[in-house]
Design a protein around this ligand. Structure first.
Ligand code: PLP
Length: 368
């Protein structure tokens, strides 16, 4: 479909295919948690999570912040929703919207236990975060000796899962570090299992964990970027399809003479006669200024057009001197063949950052 404005086209059947591929790498009994934080990595969680739930593709959802979980419940989604990073100020909403908090520090754990007692909650589902080396959120192994007695036989809560997060699962140079993280998580598992007379679910793998460490599946995996079509690995990428395509259009063409300048702060000075195209997508849309000055590029009629000068808030200006094109022609910023990962790399960043930056104002078009 040819576009006449800036749009993000999202292919839901590719989402399904990616999830099925990732699940084919798991044992049949391993549960699949779909990470739909950050607007489902820029794709809009309401559409993505509704599709996943309707098609029965996952067992669990996770969001980073409570507000994201509330939005899913307001859309009447039914799957359990784990909140990866709550604060005490969120507890009222968490129980009101039937969300499940992660308890990651002694402070938040005591705060939640006091709250649960106060509200007479019964067996409210909570998740324990274990720190195995990322040093971001979670209890250290030694802390578990203080923490587990507070949870054991506590009638107000029930520990549904315990989890940890890998720091470098996509990096084969860090294999030893990752193996140590996995071994340390097994130690957490032993302590936790010895505490409760009910079954706790364990999970540690993100997308690259699923692909590179099948031995660390435990009972569930947490998958984000892979669902959206990125394998973080060139040899595995052919099995996956990026679900989103950012398309735009040439609004206007300019012909610069040698010495003419282009854009704000005269960020580009033509050293030869230069034809430029103005495209309605800018840093307010997620194409950060780091893509300017010749680093980033778009594709027009199959040819690469570098971004010249500074990225504006609502526009980029690209070099079309050697491209046969006209005003109104379609522009591909990224799609399944010209990947967001490659564009991100051109500016020294990663696919995760580029795709989660896509602005709300960009129209999303979903196709199945
Ligand atoms: C974001 C996140 C994930 C998903 O990671 P991907 O690499 O996108 O699969 C999993 N677990 C936690 C704790 C996260 O914050």
């Amino acid at each position: 479909m040819k576009t006449e404005e800036t749009v993000l086209e999202i292919d839901l059947s590719a989402l399904e295919k990616n999830i099925k591929y990732l699940r084919s790498r798991l044992k049949p009994e391993t549960r699949f948690l779909a990470v739909v934080k950050a607007s489902s990595y820029g794709n809009n969680s309401l559409e993505i999570a509704s599709y996943i739930e309707r098609k029965n593709l996952a067992n669990y959802f996770a969001v980073a912040f409570t507000s994201e979980g509330i939005a899913l419940r307001e859309r009447e989604l039914k799957l359990p929703i784990l909140v990866l990073h709550p604060q005490a100020v969120n507890f009222e909403d968490i129980i009101k919207y039937n969300l499940e908090p992660t308890l990651y520090s002694k402070r938040i754990l005591t705060q939640f236990l006091d709250f649960a007692k106060d509200k007479h909650l019964e067996h409210y589902p909570v998740h324990i975060k274990c720190n195995t080396g990322l040093n971001r959120l979670g209890f250290d192994l030694e802390e578990m000796d203080d923490v587990l007695p507070l949870l054991k036989n506590n009638p107000h809560i029930s520990v549904k899962t315990a989890y940890s997060h890998l720091a470098a699962s996509e990096d084969m140079n860090e294999r030893e570090f990752t193996k140590n993280q996995i071994a340390l998580f097994v130690k957490f598992q032993k302590k936790i299992d010895a505490t409760f007379d009910y079954k706790v679910i364990y999970h540690q793998c993100n997308t690259s964990g699923i692909l590179n460490y099948p031995e660390a599946q435990f009972d569930m995996v947490r998958c984000g970027i892979g669902m959206y079509g990125f394998a973080n690995d060139a040899s595995l990428q052919p099995n996956m399809t990026p679900i989103a395509a950012l398309k735009s259009v040439i609004s206007q063409i300019h012909q610069l003479k040698t010495g003419d300048s282009l854009g704000y702060n005269r960020g580009y000075i033509a050293d030869r006669p230069t034809h430029t195209a103005t495209i309605p997508v800018g840093h307010a849309d997620g194409i950060n200024r780091i893509y300017g000055k010749g680093k980033g590029y778009v594709f027009i009629n199959g040819e690469k057009a570098p971004i010249l000068g500074n990225v504006c808030m609502d526009m980029i200006l690209v070099d079309i001197t050697s491209i046969d094109c006209k005003e109104g022609d379609e522009v591909i910023v990224f799609d399944r063949n010209h990947t967001a990962e490659a564009l991100a790399e051109s500016a020294g960043t990663i696919s995760y950052e580029l795709i989660t930056s896509m602005a709300h104002r960009i129209k999303r078009i979903y196709k199945e």
